[in-house]
Design a protein around this ligand. Structure first.
Ligand code: URA
Length: 233
């Protein structure tokens, strides 16, 4: 790949910033100063260093985003901001994409990566990666609803796998509930439709976890971080 693309991917800023770095003679390719942004390097064979630090190329990157409401889980869109707009230049260069989908009005944990195999595995119905949501509901959720979830709710187009519904709060006045819902599928509007099937409406939906990944409480809405080594493992 081109040297400037490599340096952008490695987090040294935009192409213009990388050009500046090269002009300042801070980049060595196989031990020799390189000032041209255009030269082709082999990211797996050549030794590239910046200020005497050798760079190890990582093909795959993983981002944990606390998605806010109002942005869509896509890589580009004509009308709305996308989750990619919230990440950094490096993520865009690496062509990351969201693993699965959160509705525009859902907030919380979203994993983004450029590792298609991992994304596929996490979304595969066979792997049953559990997703935990917290939902504010208009209406009183009852034990009967808990049983309904456990039995597998029948929607118009498919029958859901048994799911866990935990009642966290019920407020008789003003007739609202707070619940936690664990599902292992990811059909369109699934949580909202399951609650709707019980005759109530989700008014706020947040995803807390996906497989082994948990929403990091220190991660403000709209911010992201890379996965830790432990999370990656
Ligand atoms: N279920 C929904 O209804 N919406 C989401 O965004 C995720 C799960």
């Amino acid at each position: 790949m081109r040297l400037d693309k490599f340096l952008v991917e490695m987090g040294f800023g935009s192409r213009t910033e990388v050009k500046r770095l090269l002009k300042k003679k801070q980049v060595l390719v196989n031990g020799k100063i390189e000032t041209s942004a255009k030269i082709q390097i082999d990211e797996n064979q050549d030794e590239i260093s910046v200020n005497n630090q050798v760079l190890i190329y990582k093909r795959f990157v993983y981002y944990l985003l606390n998605k806010p409401k109002g942005v869509i889980s896509a890589t580009e869109d004509d009308k709305h901001r996308t989750v990619l707009d919230l990440l950094d230049e490096n993520a865009r260069q690496k062509e990351v994409f969201p693993v699965g989908w959160l509705d525009i009005d859902t907030h919380g944990l979203l994993l983004l990566t450029n590792n298609g195999t991992l994304a596929h595995a996490m979304l595969s119905p066979k792997k049953h990666a559990a997703k935990v949501y917290r939902a504010k509901v208009d209406g009183i959720i009852t034990e009967k609803d808990v049983e309904h979830f456990e039995a597998g709710i029948e929607l118009k187009d498919f029958t859901c796998r048994p799911a866990k519904l935990t009642i966290l709060e019920v407020n008789e006045e003003p007739q609202t509930s707070l619940v936690e819902i664990t599902i292992s599928e990811g059909k369109f509007h699934q949580v909202k439709r399951m609650v709707q099937a019980c005759g109530k409406t989700v008014t706020d939906l947040e995803r807390f976890s996906m497989g082994p990944l948990m929403l990091d409480e220190r991660l403000e809405l709209g911010t992201f971080r890379r996965l830790t080594k432990e999370e990656l493992e």
